[in-house]
Design a protein around this ligand. Structure first.
Ligand code: ZN
Length: 300
């Protein structure tokens, strides 16, 4: 019996409106809804007077205008970026032009593929002014965050722990409305699982994901996500127990309740699991573990 993940898909919001969530946290949601962003990117404003902005969002002028409206009369001292997907960092140049604030992030999004394609929705143009490593503190006026490096969804992903409010800005590492996409090669399932276990060891009263509502019981929630990933691996092993198979053959059988439109995303996730399972000698691939490979149980 699969572990249910206690999703929360309720969210009362309006695009461009600033919502006061806690004394130190405000949020503005960008109008970029999709199968991956839910209602859109939630940009957080942290502090009062001299503020940090976390994940400026997609390059939408109306969203940047809404952020600037929300902080009228205040100063932006820091721009924090959880990771460099195109729904998180492309608004940085416009926000920097308007505020002059420096950016803080783990690093750029790696090297652009030679064919120019934006693999996995990466923002290859972003380069942080200040690189932040695991355990680093970033401190502003009336707030301070500790960075936690959480690769997996994206290799440069950081969560930010807000000390004053026992809160964790978890970016896309944990989302309250859905599981996170882990799409190779930048997405890595072994890293993702380790990063889930890492934040499970990091106490926080409440998580604030980029997409969707806050997560009020994060320990239970993260435990369910970890169980879910183990169950996906068990499902893959059960599939392969019936004989060698490709990802294309396995996905419709593994995701029986899913909309076929999501099969392509599911296939990326199954590939991420299979790469990890090949690396840990639980599964074999004919040749390299790739999207088209035939997979089989070890000893089959
Ligand atoms: Zn992302």
């Amino acid at each position: 019996m699969a572990t249910p993940i206690p999703y929360n898909r309720e969210l009362e919001f309006e695009y461009g409106r600033v919502d006061e969530i806690t004394p130190l946290i405000r949020r503005v949601i960008a109008n970029n809804p999709s199968a991956f962003t839910f209602h859109g990117t939630g940009t957080y404003i942290v502090g009062r007077g001299k503020v940090a902005i976390i994940d400026p969002g997609p390059d939408l002028a109306e969203h940047v205008d809404a952020l600037l409206d929300a902080i009228r009369g205040e100063t932006v001292s820091h721009i924090l970026v959880t990771h460099t997907h195109i729904d998180h960092s492309p608004a940085v140049p416009a926000l920097q032009a308007a505020t002059g604030a420096p950016t803080y992030a783990y690093g750029p999004h790696g090297t652009r593929p030679e064919d120019g394609a934006s693999e996995g929705g990466g923002d290859y143009d972003f380069m942080p002014d200040h690189r932040v490593s695991d355990g680093d503190a970033v401190t502003g006026e009336g707030w301070s965050v500790e960075a936690i490096h959480t690769p997996g969804h994206c290799s440069n992903h950081l969560c930010f722990s807000l000390r004053e409010e026992d809160a964790l800005f978890c970016g896309d590492h944990v989302m309250g409305w859905s599981t996170s996409i882990v799409s190779p090669p930048d997405g890595d399932m072994k890293d993702y699982m380790s990063s889930l276990e890492k934040i499970a060891r990091h106490p926080a009263g409440r998580y604030f994901p980029t997409h969707g509502a806050p997560i009020d019981a994060p320990a239970t929630y993260v435990a369910a996500l970890i169980a879910h990933r183990h169950e996906r691996e068990d499902q893959i092993l059960a599939e392969l127990a019936n004989g060698p198979a490709t990802i294309t053959e396995m996905v419709p059988r593994m995701y029986v309740d899913a909309d076929p439109k999501l099969y392509a995303a599911a296939a990326r996730s199954v590939l991420a699991h299979l790469i990890h399972m090949v690396e840990t000698d639980r599964v074999k691939a004919d040749g390299d573990a790739g999207a088209e490979s035939v997979y089989r149980l070890v000893g089959d």
